[in-house]
Design a protein around this ligand. Structure first.
Ligand code: GLC
Length: 450
């Protein structure tokens, strides 16, 4: 071989190997990138926490809180018969609320599967007198009504003996603990269930993981992604459905293989909850904040602390202003009905969104910090002002772009304005706020806002 040929061969080998070694990790499929954009534009989804725990009417952690053993807790299954469950009615109510997707608890920390799995008899079809696969019914209803279906899936399991070791919770369950060799068995079970969820129910918008934090005490020695073999599970999901988004409620910055970032009970970056302290915000992934319509996630009979329509709509606007989606939870009762307090709030959101949805769906987060009167969202050359505090005179510290028109979004009523060097002064017309929520002003500028 001549020297030149040798050099060419060496270069060719280098070129072939470089992209792999220089750029390791997850490269999302184009369909996944498109799904992320769609997801971001959706801005609003409904979270559903439903399982056999609803019978105890004390939230989804009832087994742990009441210190029930597996033997005691699993007896609930034999009595679970939600005679009023109607997937169509649920999905229709969520669609009318303006939600674009639902996130359903396919399996929570109690380890009970709310779908017909072949991996364990501890599931809604094989272990309850109800015998219906509610996930299948929800998938069909979502397809009929045009909502996307996401699955919540718990890493943590208080029921299975191969879940090892129990670290923070599940210690009262009274079940024998597994050992190091059983852990891989558990992870294989998880992957087999995810394969079912991604094979039997049509296109799935997202797998929403939760529970990694339960082993936090071990993270000094081992990274969560290694303990749970997250790369293995994430790549399985992306192989089965490349457009399916992966997210994990681990309260940390996104890990390689995740497609959006979750903020539990918090606005991105605000860290009101201690567990979110230090959670940096991704600069390229979509964001999602999850919240409750009352206080608990799972049905809790004593929780009548339902948020008002004004609070819910405000939450949606504040979340969108930070470039994030809002995932708002309901906790259905054991008979399959949704508490009226949650439904009232959702209905009001739908009424507000039918009039003001343009200021939420498909918008981008604000370039301005929160203002004394409220927050903003934007799209192209239009800026939306969400007036969250009763104000008549408003100052918008935004300049350098000619304002062409200002109006009330709900009814097109003109808004008087003066543009000065430092920004814009607007005078809001008087009048009641209808529908329940807050008023939005639509400001059209000459140039794109960026
Ligand atoms: C927390 C709770 C869990 C709930 C989740 C929803 O992780 O422990 O029960 O499902 O928040 O965000």
């Amino acid at each position: 071989m001549t020297n030149m040929k040798r050099l060419c061969l060496l270069l060719a080998t280098l070129l072939l190997t470089l992209p792999v070694t220089a750029q390791p990790g997850y490269r999302p499929d184009p369909s996944n990138l498109a799904a992320r954009e769609r997801f971001s534009a959706d801005r609003f989804g409904v979270f559903i926490h439903w399982g056999i725990y609803s019978m105890l009417a004390d939230g989804e952690w009832a087994m742990e809180r009441k210190g029930l053993t597996v033997d005691e807790y699993q007896r609930l299954a034999a009595g679970f018969c939600p005679s009023k469950f109607d997937a169509d009615a649920w999905v229709k109510a969520f669609k009318d609320a303006g939600a674009k997707y639902i996130t359903f608890t396919s399996r929570h920390h109690d380890g009970f599967s709310m779908f017909h799995t072949r991996q364990s008899g501890y599931n809604i079809v094989d272990a309850t007198p109800f015998k219906r696969d509610v996930v299948k019914e929800l998938a069909d209803a979502c397809a009929r009504h045009g909502l996307r279906l996401h699955f919540y899936y718990s890493h943590l399991d208080w029921y299975r003996t191969d879940y090892w070791p129990l670290v923070r919770t599940g210690r009262a369950s009274g079940r024998p603990d597994g050992d190091a060799s059983s852990w891989r068995h558990y992870l294989d079970f998880v992957n087999a269930q995810l394969t079912e969820l991604l094979t039997n129910y049509g296109p799935i918008g997202c797998i929403w993981f939760d529970g990694v934090w339960d082993k936090k005490a071990l993270f000094d020695k081992q990274k969560p992604e290694d303990i749970w073999d997250l790369p293995g599970t994430y790549s399985l999901i992306h192989r089965l459905q490349p457009a399916c988004l992966v997210a994990n409620n681990h309260h940390m910055a996104a890990i390689d293989g995740e497609d959006f970032q979750i903020f539990e009970r918090d606005l991105p970056g605000r860290a009101k909850e201690e567990y979110n302290t230090g959670q940096t915000i991704s600069d390229h992934l979509p964001l999602e904040r999850c919240e409750t319509t009352n206080t608990a996630w799972g049905y809790k009979i004593t929780d009548n602390n339902f948020k008002s329509p004004e609070t819910l709509v405000r939450m949606l606007a504040e979340t969108a202003a930070l470039g994030s989606n809002l995932l708002l939870n309901v906790g259905p009762r054991p008979d399959g009905t949704i508490p009226e307090g949650s439904l009232r709030g959702l209905k009001a959101m739908g009424e507000w969104l039918r009039v003001n949805g343009e200021s939420i769906y498909g918008t981008k987060g604000s370039l301005l910090p929160d203002q004394p009167w409220g927050v903003t969202t934007r799209r192209g050359s239009v800026l939306y002002l969400h007036i969250l505090k009763p104000s008549q005179l408003i100052f918008l510290p935004y300049s350098g772009n000619k304002l062409l028109k200002a109006e009330v979004l709900a009814d097109g009523a003109p808004v008087k304005f003066t543009q000065v060097k430092e920004g814009i002064v607007l005078t809001l017309p008087e009048g009641p706020v209808a529908p329940a929520g807050h008023r939005v002003l639509r400001l059209s500028f000459k140039q794109e806002i960026n």
